[in-house]
Design a protein. Structure first.
Length: 409
């Protein structure tokens, strides 16, 4: 008698327990290879977490820097020549004192770039044939205070030098090195044209107006006495304020300086720090996310390559399992589970590695570490998805292996 359909061979099954055990066995057959394969995802996810964390951390530092520097700086420009060609210098002689009397002002000073010809270049001695192509800035003492310099040697000039039009100068460390000035104990001098200036200070760094590091800064009164009022570029005023006072000072400065003609002066308030830092952090985030995506792609290629090699090496095993009744989807699920496990392990270890990197950098730089909880939660899932996508093609290829052909190899 013929067997009934109910007596036919039952189709093979592949439950969750079998799937996990077979996948685990496949990974543990070559533990070193599995670890190295997962390393690609570890690095990719770790880079992803570290980059996002460092971006958030540095953004907070940018916020602080903008608050302290950008949001506390006001610039005032002389526009008197646009209003009245015969007005002359719009800033009064006591401009520093008038602005520093305003509530919220820390330091203020007037400055301009002196126009020099070839004969008046900066030299280390009057006999030198070639001079330095450095700009000369005439500035009141308040400018250097507002710039917040770090002195390598010496000091900046003060009200005494300004009042008596002393021929003294403050120069940057780079210019001092080029001119062979290594110490101020010998009272070295530089020459602007044939006029000697005693160097009383060498500046190593400034918080504001970095161009002062490349300039020779002389007292404002000295500049007026030797070269007259500014011609090519208008005079300007640099004002440093307390936090939160900059915009109010920018509004009051023209009237405080020239109550008779406030229109002769144009005050420039600091830019909105929220807009500025939003632009900077957006640019940083886009750049770093691109780098993280590249790292994840490299990790995915590593998993795909290793899984494909594993399929080729285990062709005999796959053929035997197919001959014993395993279906194509069972083979697909097994290899997908192995690649997903590699991606998940890489995601977990990568998240830990990235978080530790952010903490280490923050501790070394004395910063406050900032990591969004969503980043830590999403990173292992990204590793899982990376593993699944990377193992999809090798798994499909493994499912198409024919049992007879595989067993002949």
């Amino acid at each position: 008698m013929r067997r009934s359909r109910s007596a036919a061979v039952a189709p093979s099954t592949f439950d969750i327990r079998d799937l996990l055990s077979e996948s685990l066995a496949g990974l543990l057959q070559r533990p070193a290879r599995s670890a190295l394969t997962a390393m690609g995802t570890v690095l990719g996810v770790g880079t992803f977490v570290a980059i996002l964390g460092l971006t958030s951390t540095t953004s907070s530092q940018i916020d602080a820097r903008f608050s302290v520097l950008t949001a506390t700086e006001v610039n005032v420009e002389d526009v008197a020549s646009d209003r009245n060609p015969y007005a002359g210098l719009a800033f009064p002689k006591d401009a520093d004192r008038r602005i520093e009397a305003l509530n919220g002002v820390k330091d203020a000073g007037v400055y301009w770039t002196v126009r020099l010809d070839e004969a008046n270049s900066v030299r280390s001695s009057p006999a030198s044939k070639e001079g330095e192509r450095s700009t000369v800035v005439a500035a009141s003492p308040g400018v250097l205070r507002a710039a917040d310099p770090t002195m390598a040697q010496g000091r900046t000039f003060d009200a005494f030098h300004e009042e008596h039009a002393e021929q003294v100068a403050v120069i940057g460390a780079g210019l001092a090195s080029r001119m062979g000035i290594t110490t101020l104990e010998t009272h070295p001098a530089i020459f602007i044209g044939d006029t000697p200036f005693t160097v009383i200070g060498i500046v190593a760094d400034v918080e504001r107006k970095a161009n002062l590091l490349l300039s020779v800064v002389v007292p404002r009164s000295t500049g007026l006495a030797l070269w007259g009022e500014p011609t090519d570029e208008p005079a300007k005023m640099l004002i440093s304020t307390q936090i939160g006072a900059a915009r109010q000072i920018a509004h009051e400065a023209p009237t405080a300086l020239r109550p008779d003609h406030p229109e002769y002066l144009r005050s420039i308030p600091p830019p909105d720090p929220k807009t500025l830092r939003a632009d900077v952090t957006s640019d940083l985030s886009q750049l770093f996310l691109l780098m993280a995506a590249v790292c994840l792609a490299i990790g995915a290629v590593g998993i795909a390559n290793t899984t494909l090699v594993a399929v080729l090496e285990r062709t005999g095993e796959i053929g035997l399992r197919r001959a014993l009744g395993a279906r194509g989807r069972h083979i697909t699920l097994q290899f997908l589970a192995e690649s997903a496990a590699l991606g998940s392990w890489g995601g977990l270890f990568g998240t830990s590695l990235g978080t530790l990197t952010v903490l280490l950098v923050a501790v070394l730089r004395d910063w406050t570490p900032v990591i969004h909880p969503g980043t830590v939660a999403a990173a292992p899932l990204i590793g899982l998805c990376t593993g699944l996508l990377a193992g999809l093609y090798p798994a499909l290829r493994a499912s198409r292996v024919q049992p007879a052909e595989a067993l002949r190899r």
